[in-house]
Structures are given as C-alpha cells and as structure tokens.
Design a binder for this molecule. Structure first.
Ligand code: SF4
Length: 67
C-alpha cells in the first residue's frame, strides 16, 4: 500500500484531484482536500498519480513503500 501525503498549506481547493479520483479525494467544508482513503491500493495508483499531476498547487505526494 502506498500512502498519500497532503500539504494542506498548499491546497487551494481546485478539486482537480477530486475529478481524477473521486473515490479517494473530496473537498471538505474548509474548501481543502480531504482524503477518503489514506492509502492507495496498487490498482488505484494510476488515478492517484493523475490526481497528483493535475494538482496546480503541488499539494499532493506519494510516500512510496520501501522495496
Ligand atoms: S487539486 Fe490540489 S489544490 Fe486542488 S483540491 Fe486537490 S490537493 Fe487541493
């Protein structure tokens, strides 16, 4: 499992991540991203990587498991 890291100080609520992976990202009442899942199963990694790429604020990163 790969962990998603969010820098809420950078998140501007653009919601690109929600569009890319709505089962994993949501926007909370604060207008900042909320994680619906803190870790990503391997079969969801492509969508999460797309969400990270599409974030204009570069607020999302992946903590890759040590191999
Ligand atoms: S795309 Fe980036 S800035 Fe927008 S809500 Fe998601 S994490 Fe926040």
């Amino acid at each position: 499992m790969t962990k998603i890291l969010v820098d809420l100080g950078k998140c501007q609520g653009y919601a690109n991540c929600v569009v890319a992976a709505p089962d994993i990202f949501d926007l909370g009442d604060t207008g900042r991203v909320e994680l619906l899942e803190a870790t990503v199963a391997d079969d969801r990694l492509d969508d999460v990587r797309e969400a990270i790429r599409s974030c204009p604020a570069a607020a999302l990163t992946l903590e890759e498991p040590a191999s």
